[in-house]
Design a protein around this ligand. Structure first.
Ligand SMILES: Cc1cc2nc3c(=O)[nH]c(=O)nc-3n(C[C@H](O)[C@H](O)[C@H](O)COP(=O)(O)O)c2cc1C
Length: 254
């Protein structure tokens, strides 16, 4: 890893997925997902699966915000896409946990309570991503099924995260630094080598959702792809099976 790799254009990207497409495996897996969907679809009085479109999320379990998308989300999507810009200077005003959770919901929150489907698509609905947030309070991991943050460490690691990101020290100024890790085995277990490519696509979906939610909240972010994987994993206290893929510092543009 060298400084030239800042902006994520290092050789890692090219070496990740050299596998031959396994179309048969993909179609079989898709069939499996279709069956799973049919199995969890609402039944009408004749016992047949309801063929209608999926309904919006059913009432959330206790403790889960009823409307994490926020009021007027539909009115601001175009504006958020238009206004998103990489931000590398942040004011130091803290981000309330409700807003942190809203960004994590956009990235990995459950939006279909029955099936457990999430805000970002996932090949085979296997969900290989694990998300963390580092603040002055320490490190916390997002638990999608409870829409909660779980303590993962007491130390403020934003400075060390910046150092491990080849010295991109603006990361340390952001009041919230999100990290998205992946467990490749979850997706490779079904799709083989091709699964690695799918995981990389998925982290892009999740990260973009998070960054657009940041804009919706009046904040900004930048995608960080240049860092030392082992250092980031150690700082998070993440298990060896997790590979860090993206760091996303978020804050009010400073
Ligand atoms: C995969 C990827 C990795 C990136 N890595 C970094 C990085 O390590 N440091 C950084 O400052 N910006 C990084 N960026 C942000 C780009 O520099 C930025 O998106 C680009 O300059 C376009 O500007 P915009 O995001 O404002 O449209 C990364 C972007 C992507 C998509």
């Amino acid at each position: 890893m060298t400084l030239e790799m800042i902006d994520g254009d290092g050789p890692q990207a090219g070496s990740a997925a050299a596998a031959t497409p396994d179309r048969r495996a993909f179609l079989m897996a898709l069939g499996g997902v279709a069956l799973a969907l049919a199995g969890c679809a609402p039944q009408d009085r004749t016992g047949e699966a309801d063929p209608g479109p999926a309904q919006p999320a059913t009432p959330a379990p206790d403790g889960v915000a009823q409307d994490p998308a926020g009021q007027g989300a539909e009115d601001t999507l175009l504006s958020a896409i238009d206004r998103r810009r990489s931000i590398r200077a942040f004011a130091d005003d803290p981000i309330p946990d409700a807003d942190i959770l809203q960004m994590l919901w956009a990235a990995q929150g459950i939006t279909h309570q029955d099936a457990g489907f999430r805000a970002a698509p996932s090949a085979g609905a296997l969900y290989p991503l694990e998300t963390y947030v580092a603040t002055t309070e320490g490190v916390r991991r997002y638990i999608p099924r409870r829409h909660e943050l779980e303590a993962a460490g007491d130390s403020d690691i934003r400075g060390p995260l910046a150092v491990a990101s080849l010295g991109q020290m603006f990361i340390a100024q952001a009041p919230a630094v999100f990290v998205i890790n992946a467990v490749y085995a979850r997706t490779e277990g079904r799709y083989g080598d091709r699964g690695r490519r799918y995981v990389h696509m998925e982290v892009g979906h999740a990260a973009q959702n998070l960054s657009l939610m940041a804009v919706h909240q009046g904040r900004g972010s930048v995608m960080i792809g240049a860092f030392i994987d082992a250092d980031i994993r150690r700082l998070l206290g993440a298990p060896a099976e997790e590979d860090p893929l993206y760091i996303i510092p978020v804050g009010t543009p400073g």
